[in-house]
Structure formats: C-alpha cells, structure tokens
Design a protein. Structure first.
Length: 464
C-alpha cells in the first residue's frame, strides 16, 4: 500500500475517535510504542553523547510528585500528600538518583533547570534548601545556567519561600491559577481562594523573581463565558509576564476520566468557544502555542527548556518519578511513574528508568518536524543547522502532499502549519512518521483486542 493510502486510513481512524495521547502529544516515536529499557543503556547513552559533544542546550527537569490535593482535571503524575515526611523520603531518593549521575556528568554545564510537578512549592523552607543546596547544586554544575524555572500554586507559596527561591536563582515562576472562580476550582477538588492568588503574586514580585507566568485552564467543567472573562480581568490586573492557557484535555490519567467522565460534542464545542473567547481577551501578543506574553519577555520570560527542546532538539535529563529524558540520536525514555518502584530501583543502585525508545537521526528529524509544526512552524535554517540536511530533501514527499492538502504553507524560510485544531495536528503530523510505523499503527488501530490502540482508546479516552 502506498504511503498516502496508509496515511488516509490513519487520518480517518484518528478522526473517528478524538485521539487520546499520553505525555506531550508530540512525542516521537509515540509513547504508547515505548518498551521497557534498562538503566545500563541510559548510562551508556549519556556517556557516548558527552564523549561526542554532539548536543546543544542541555537541561535538567526535576519532578516533585506531590500536591495538597489531586485536582480532577490534572493529567500530570502526582498524588495528594498524606504526610510531610513523605517529601523527606522522596528527597533522600532524589539524592540517590543524582549521585548515580554524578560520575557521568561531572563538571558538565547545564543551561536550564526546570522544577515541575505536582507542586514543588509544597516543599517547606528546609526541604527547598535541601533540594537546591544538598542535591541539585551539589551534584550538577549550573554555573552557566540561564533559567531556573519553578512551578507553584498560590496556596503553598509564602514570602519566605519566595525569598529563598530568588536566592537560589529562580528567575521564572509559574503560578498555577487555573481559574479565579472559586466555584470552578472547588468543583475540581482544588481548595484555592482568590486572596491566595493576590497574596502569592505580590509576594513573588516583592521577592524580585524576574518573570512570573500564570497558568489558566479553559474548558473546565462548569466554566462559563462570564467566569472566563472575570478570571482574565483579574489576572491581567496583576500584570504577569506571560500567560499560558491550557485547554482542558481529558486524558487517561485524569480523575475526571478515571471516574467515568467524558466530554460530549456539545462540551467540546463549548470548550472551543471559550478558547476563542480567551484568545480574544488577551492584551498581550501571542508568543507560542496558547502562550501570551509582554514583548520584552518573548524569550527570557518563556519556558526556555521547552523552547530548547522544540527549536533546538536539546538533550535533557529527567530526575524524579515519571520524569522523561532525551539523549540525542540514542534514547528517549522515562523514569518509572510508580513511587515505590522508583525507590526500589534506587535501593538497588540502578537508574529508575521504565519505558523508552531507541532513536536515530531519522527519528530526531521526524520529532523535530512534528513538534515544530505544533508550535510556530519549522525553520528551514535551524533544521539544516541541526541535521546538516535540507528539510525539503528529507521530507520531499511529505511536504508536497501536506501542501497539496493545504495543511501547511511553505515559504523561503519557514514551513508553517495551516491545521486548524489540535486534532488535525494529531492526525496530519503523522504523515511524517516512518512508513513501517504507520503500518504498525494501522495494524494496532484495526486489530482491536487487548493491548491494542483501540482498546486503549475504549478504556481510557473520554472524548466520545
Ligand atoms: C504540572 S501542572 C502544575 C500546576 C500546579 N501544581 C498548580 O496546581 O497550579 C501544569 C499545568 O498543566 C495544566 N494542566 C493540568 N492538567 C491538564 C489537562 N488535563 N489538560 C490541559 N492542561 C492541564 C494546568 O494548567 C497546570 O497549571
Ligand atoms: S493541577 Fe497542580 S495541584 Fe492540581 S493535581 Fe495537578 S499538579 Fe497537583
């Protein structure tokens, strides 16, 4: 079967269900095809990469998997904290994991550090102090780091913690506000008061944190146009440097889906209407996918680690439960997402890795093309700088057909997406996939049965 027939089949399948995706949705090879891998492969991969010095803009991502309570909409790996001492134990194991890599990375200089979760701001002053000085800054070299980003939610921030974060170099703070409507947040199981947002925001400014970004959710159960307008008005009065709005995606790991929730076509239409409304309310210019910022924060105020991953195909090391990593032309992998499994692996002094996929140059180029199409578009020049190949040659067939289908536009410098929804993106970006992978996906789509993609969708996908 010719590639175009294969592709059309996939598109039809992709449209017949709203695709549930794990992880970021632009992972290549797709995460649901990853297989178990061993810690030795990870160590060998990093050593080889460092020897060859063939990487750009390396970053460290560290995951804190605890929250005050679990919000029903949240798709990230975290659970409600039962006892503060759980964090001390987790820090013991982060220390063990960091020590495993110490011998490999030595004085290697990292460009970015991103501490995400979960809710990193849940750590006490003492625990934050230990995380930075006893683990991160002890085992890794951040002397040339240009951004230390930290995720937080308003209820767990206070002036002393913010002062300490500033002292440890945090220069980008994300405050997860989600909504200023307490009816909406409390229906999602999130105990958040409007006063917390105002207080945390002014404390962060007073502490001198350079860039403050606010996360908002669009399309949460019970959210109305009035609620969105009110939230935007209140948030913009605070003058955050960037605002990121996330369309609620009911993916398999959310409590919403686990408890049988799904979005009807009407809900999806409502969500799309709210997204358009949110975009129209921006007094800032768009600087990326659903991200709005002040002109001066175009680059420095953004999540540079993410920009590096998408625009420069950077290497990154993930630390902590469920964190994922990328070793150029070698491996994409993730740590185990089960806290006791994470502890067990480290008790045996092995890397707590779980699933992964070997990757070569072609995989990297496919990842690069699909990930950049999701954001602003593919820069031909950057593609050449990274891979020493011209994108028009590497993906001649793919680009020709996507252009004919009017899903992309090609000019002298850029290949830009003309797809009008994330679902079109999820379907048409697959055209870059290798033929054999498309065939495999097609078999999985068609076969049904346990373990198949259909089964996965049937069990987990909440969009019906
Ligand atoms: C890892 S969470 C950390 C947020 C922080 N703990 C808080 O509660 O504000 C990062 C962001 O992902 C977004 N998010 C979480 N679940 C989502 C979902 N199912 N669909 C879309 N965005 C989601 C939220 O806006 C959230 O602020
Ligand atoms: S949104 Fe934040 S606080 Fe809520 S469960 Fe997710 S990570 Fe935790």
């Amino acid at each position: 079967m010719d590639k175009i027939d294969l592709f059309e089949r996939i598109v039809i399948d992709a449209y017949s269900v709203e695709i549930a995706f794990s992880g970021s949705g632009y992972e290549y090879p797709p995460m649901y095809l990853w297989r178990e891998i061993g810690g030795e492969a990870v160590k060998a991969g990093w050593k080889k990469l460092l020897r060859g010095r063939d990487y750009v803009y390396p970053g460290i991502y560290l995951h804190i998997p605890f929250c005050a309570s679990k919000c029903s909409f949240c798709q990230f790996f975290s659970r409600a904290l039962k006892d503060r001492r759980e964090i001390d134990v987790y820090l013991d194991y982060l220390d063990k994991e960091a020590r495993l890599y110490k011998g490999i990375f030595g004085p290697f200089a990292w460009r970015t550090l991103y501490i995400g979760g979960g809710t990193p701001s849940l750590l006490s002053l003492r625990q934050l102090d230990r995380l930075f000085s006893g683990i991160l800054y002890k085992y890794f070299n951040f002397s040339r780091c240009i951004q230390v980003a930290f995720e937080s939610n308003p209820g767990s921030l206070d002036a002393k913690k913010l002062k300490l974060l500033k002292e440890y170099g945090v220069n980008r703070l994300t405050i997860g506000v989600q909504s200023m409507d307490e009816k909406v947040t409390s229906a999602c199981g999130r105990a958040q008061k409007q006063e917390d947002v105002y207080r945390a925001f002014s404390q962060a400014r007073n502490a001198g944190i350079e860039y403050i970004s606010v996360d908002l959710m669009i399309g949460l159960p019970g959210q109305t146009s009035e609620s969105i307008i009110d939230t935007h008005k209140r948030v913009y009065e605070l003058k955050p440097d960037t605002v990121h709005f996330n369309a609620f995606f009911p993916s398999p790991p959310t409590q919403f889906v686990k408890s049988g929730g799904f979005l009807t076509e009407r809900d999806i239409a409502h969500k799309n209407k709210l997204l358009c409304l949110a975009a129209s309310l921006q007094d800032k210019k768009p600087i990326g996918n659903d991200e709005y910022g002040l002109p001066e924060s175009d680059f420095a105020g953004r999540n540079i680690q993410l920009v590096d991953q998408i625009r420069h195909n950077s290497a990154y090391l993930g630390l902590g439960c469920s964190a994922s990593s990328h070793i150029n032309r070698c491996l994409r992998y993730m740590n185990t997402d089960d806290i006791s499994g994470y502890y067990r692996a480290l008790d045996k002094n092995t890397c707590p890795v779980f699933l992964g996929s070997r990757i070569d140059m072609r995989d990297e180029m496919i990842f690069y093309a699909t990930a950049n199409l999701r954001y602003k578009g593919i820069s031909k020049k950057l593609f050449y700088q990274l891979f020493r190949r011209r994108i028009e040659r590497v993906f001649a067939r793919e680009l020709e057909i996507l252009e004919k289908m009017k899903k992309i536009t090609v000019d002298k410098e850029y290949i830009l997406s003309a797809m009008d929804s994330v679902y079109e993106y999820l379907a048409y970006s697959k055209y870059f996939y290798r033929d054999e992978l498309l065939r495999k996906l097609q078999r999985i789509y068609r076969a049904g049965g346990p373990g198949s993609h259909q089964d996965y969708l049937r069990n987990f996908c909440s969009c019906r």
